[in-house]
Design a protein around this ligand. Structure first.
Ligand code: GLN
Length: 494
């Protein structure tokens, strides 16, 4: 029996059963990281409005900008991991920065808000894409169990998101924002500790790329660490001034595409067809997240101002429901969706990936229709049903399950291994654009009048959701119609 320190990639990938045991380690590491991430995310808009006294409109825009940077840096983190650090070192560095960010916020979220957020942005950039790529490495090319692996990993993400999102906003609103931010960092420490304890079991997965010149490689690694600190003031400038965010977003996308074209020129036509398919999925996901991410922005403010607190027999804080119901539904329903695909595959009726993405948009549109319909349950004070709101989250979760875990898996199926980090980063860069647009959409729905009544806010937000419903459904129909043609790009990919 080989010592775990010497475990080889072949031994890891030759696992018996449904999941490799390393998947469970990555599951728990990511669970704690998402606890921290969603804890912070769920507090952002409420904190900005209630404590920093920003208007709804600015809070929506700032939320979009912060989240856009978080996800944009995953592209950069993925790139540096591929070329210089390797995934393991990236994870460690990212985790340390995230913990530091939470501590800075914990000292005084009111005074040091943007400093803490800058650290969280860089930290998540190094952490998030690379752990997802490591999941892909557990499987041999063509291993049919890969999607199920990503499905389980996605459930881990959401266990963390569920508790982080609920507990942090609750502690923040009821007790102290500083403690709530600190708490999120505490859970990141658990994530990092899990990583350090299980690291040796990952064998060669995530080690830095092989090099013929170790001293140059070491120097480059130190330069990445130093560079990520030196860039902090620039990020500070960009998030505090949304005009710079705009410039950043206009530059990073095209620059990335140019880089990708440069990489694609080195590939053959068959590989490039798959890369094109990956790009279509990435483009679709931008639109998807732009709608979906209302959840941390406008829906968070909608929950704060426009919802009753009774859900069945319980009295619930609507922001806690807003931050955790989606994750709860993911955890409950992702195994069922996995079983559904297996059932359909056996009968040869499983829809192809493009149809699944199209269906995701239909559900997304359907969910926003339910958010819209909630206006008809409102009372004279502009407060409406928490139950209908939660039902909409159920529908939006079905949409997410048809797109998000599948997207992660597809990035590692459709690209050559040396580009996995970049492609995973690109998948998340699409989320960055989605987040950015989400903020703009949310701000467009927010009332320009800071003192608007809850009824006015209700009308404006729900009318916005009505529009999103219509565009979501139209996109779904177009993608499903185009699916048979697009499918040809990924001939042998199951
Ligand atoms: N909810 C998922 C996660 O946190 C997907 C997020 C995204 O890609 N925008 O990992």
């Amino acid at each position: 029996m080989a010592n775990s320190a010497e475990i080889t990639l072949e031994q890891i990938q030759d696992f018996k059963g449904k999941y490799p045991k390393q998947l469970w380690y990555l599951f728990f590491i990511e669970m704690w990281e998402r606890f921290c991430f969603y804890g912070n995310r769920g507090m952002l808009t409420v904190f900005m409005v209630d404590v920093l006294l920003l208007s709804d409109k600015s809070a929506n825009l700032k939320y979009g900008a912060i989240q856009a940077f978080v996800y944009a840096f995953t592209f950069i983190g993925g790139l540096f991991a591929d070329k210089i650090l390797g995934f393991q070192k990236s994870l460690l560095w990212g985790g340390i920065l995230m913990i530091t960010g939470s501590v800075v916020l914990g000292i005084s979220a009111h005074n040091y808000f943007y400093y803490g957020i800058c650290l969280l942005i860089i930290g998540t950039g190094f952490f998030k894409p690379n752990i997802s790529t490591m999941v892909g490495e557990l499987y041999k090319e063509g291993d049919a169990r890969r999607d199920a692996g990503f499905g389980l990993f996605y459930a881990g993400i959401n266990v963390g998101a569920l508790f982080g999102g609920a507990i942090c906003v609750y502690v923040g609103k009821m007790y102290s924002w500083d403690v709530a931010f600190l708490l999120s960092g505490g859970f990141m420490i658990l994530g990092l500790a899990t990583f350090l304890v299980t690291k040796s079991k990952l064998g060669p997965i995530g080690l830095p790329p092989a090099t013929s010149n170790p001293s140059t490689a070491k120097r480059n690694q130190w330069m990445v660490y130093a560079g990520s600190i030196l860039i902090l003031p620039c990020i500070y400038l960009m998030i505090t001034n949304t005009r710079y965010t705009d410039i950043f977003m206009y530059v990073i996308g095209p620059a990335t595409l140019i880089y990708l074209i440069y990489e694609m020129l080195k590939l053959g036509w068959e590989e490039n067809k798959k890369m094109l398919a990956a790009l279509v999925f990435i483009l679709l996901s931008i639109l998807f997240w732009a709608f979906f991410e209302q959840s941390g922005g406008s829906l968070s403010l909608f929950a704060k101002d426009n919802l009753h607190t009774d859900l069945f027999f319980f009295n619930m804080d609507p922001n806690v429901v807003n931050n955790s119901s989606n994750s709860l539904f993911v955890v409950l329903f992702s195994p069922l969706i996995g079983l559904l695909w297996i059932w359909m595959k056996k009968r040869k009726i499983e829809p192809n990936y493009f149809v699944k993405f199209g269906m995701a948009f239909l559900f997304l549109g359907g969910a926003f229709y339910v958010f819209y319909v909630n206006r008809f349950f409102a009372d004279a004070d502009g407060k409406t049903s928490l139950l209908v709101f939660t039902a909409a989250y159920f529908v939006i979760t079905l949409a997410e399950l048809l797109l998000s875990p599948i997207g992660l898996s597809l990035m590692t199926k459709l690209s050559p291994k040396k580009l996995w980090g970049v492609m995973m980063g690109l998948w998340f860069l699409a989320s960055a654009y989605g987040q950015y647009v989400a903020g703009i959409l949310g701000a467009g729905m927010a009332s320009p009048d800071d003192n608007a009544s809850a009824s006015v806010k209700l009308d404006l937000y729900t009318e916005g959701y009505h529009q999103l419903a219509i565009y979501g459904i139209i996109t779904g129909i177009v993608v499903i119609i185009a699916a048979p043609f697009l499918k040809k790009l990924m001939k042998n990919v199951e």
